[in-house]
Design a protein around this ligand. Structure first.
Ligand SMILES: [Mg+2]
Length: 351
């Protein structure tokens, strides 16, 4: 896709602009669909990063993905792209802004929702995993018949939420979409309902929601290795909202993190400032493939953010409404008529 209106904007190489004011430009890159697709690097991504480094343009990665620590993600990405020096300080995962919640809930019990690695991630943020920050699998393991289907055991200690003296679960932190939706949805709705035994309350109109809910991203779909996008955390949250509404008669109250929410873009700017050792930016370019998350979020964030839409990911470059990008990236045809997905944006975008 190539918009004629952008032709003039794209004509001037980045190098010239950066040489003039490189200290005032920052770049924030989405990961899936921008520098990689599934387990494959997108051709040209490595060269783009090399160019940014050569031009001393500070950059970080901001993804609505998660499920592992920032250090692991940085190492994996560096290996995939064969690009040395990506560090955890350049990595903003969907759940990275959950880090301060560890202190807020230090003395209160919370439920952690996500992939198998969520315990390790939460531990790295300072949560007391296994005791005050618990997994649904611990509850299923220790609370008889709360989930009436056989499931894999978990390594963390069993917890009987109905035992005398057990603290109430005061918040649900959704780090990442879990693999076992059925188990998680049952336990979460029980936690939201409260009561004794857990889940006894919460039936009927205007029922109280007895736990706060934090969700790390709202992407309904994401581009994995499979040719067709897969359900993401937003789809899981949709299912939870619908179940809670049907059960309690009240809409779910939820605090959303991740792109396109302002809290995530504030965190990105903070991280970029640390990398650049300056908070003085004339432009911060959000390079993304998702109009609803990357483009809309950057547009809502306002100055100095600029949204740039690449055509290599799930959206295929289509944008509209509030997802209209500030700029775009060409997708060229090869001589054989196939799509040339090379990411040449690092050479071609300009304010
Ligand atoms: Mg993406």
């Amino acid at each position: 896709m190539f918009r004629p209106i952008l032709r003039a904007q794209l004509a001037q190489p980045l190098m010239c602009k950066c040489m003039q004011r490189r200290n005032r430009i920052g770049v924030v890159l989405d990961i899936d669909g921008v520098v990689k697709q599934g387990k494959r690097a997108i051709p040209g991504a490595r060269e783009a990063l090399i160019r940014l480094r050569e031009e001393r343009v500070p950059f970080i990665f901001m993804t609505n993905g998660g499920g592992n620590t920032e250090a692991q993600k940085a190492a994996e990405l560096g290996e995939l792209l064969e690009f040395e020096g990506i560090c955890s300080e350049q990595m903003l995962l969907s759940h990275t802004p959950f880090r301060p919640l560890a202190e807020r809930f230090r003395q209160r019990r919370v439920l952690l929702v996500g992939s198998a690695e969520t315990a390790q991630v939460a531990r790295s943020y300072g949560f007391a995993v296994g005791t005050m920050a618990v997994r649904s699998t611990q509850i299923v393991k220790g609370t008889e018949d709360i989930f009436p289907w056989p499931r894999a055991t978990c390594d963390l200690p069993a917890i009987n939420v109905n035992a005398p003296g057990e603290p109430p679960i005061e918040a649900v932190l959704i780090f990442y979409e879990p693999a076992d939706w059925a188990l998680e949805l049952q336990v979460i709705t029980d936690v939201l309902a409260g009561g004794h035994p857990l889940g006894a309350e919460g039936a009927g109109a205007a029922a109280l929601q007895r736990a706060e809910v934090y969700s790390s991203n709202s992407d309904f779909l994401w581009q994995a290795g499979y040719p067709v996008p897969r359900f993401g955390n937003g789809a899981f949250v949709c299912a939870l909202q619908e179940l809670w509404l049907k059960r309690s008669g009240s809409p779910l109250q939820i605090q959303e993190y991740g792109k396109p929410y302002a809290v995530q873009f504030q965190a990105a700017r903070q991280l970029l400032s640390q990398v650049a050792k300056s908070n003085e930016f004339e432009q911060i370019y959000m390079i993304g493939d998702n109009p609803k998350a990357d483009v809309r979020g950057a547009n809502f964030a306002g100055d100095p953010w600029r949204s740039m839409l690449v055509c290599t990911g799930g959206a295929g470059g289509a944008a509209g409404g509030s997802g209209r990008p500030f700029g775009g990236v060409e997708r060229r045809k090869t001589k054989r008529g196939g799509k040339n997905m090379r990411m040449f944006w690092a050479w071609s975008f300009s304010p």
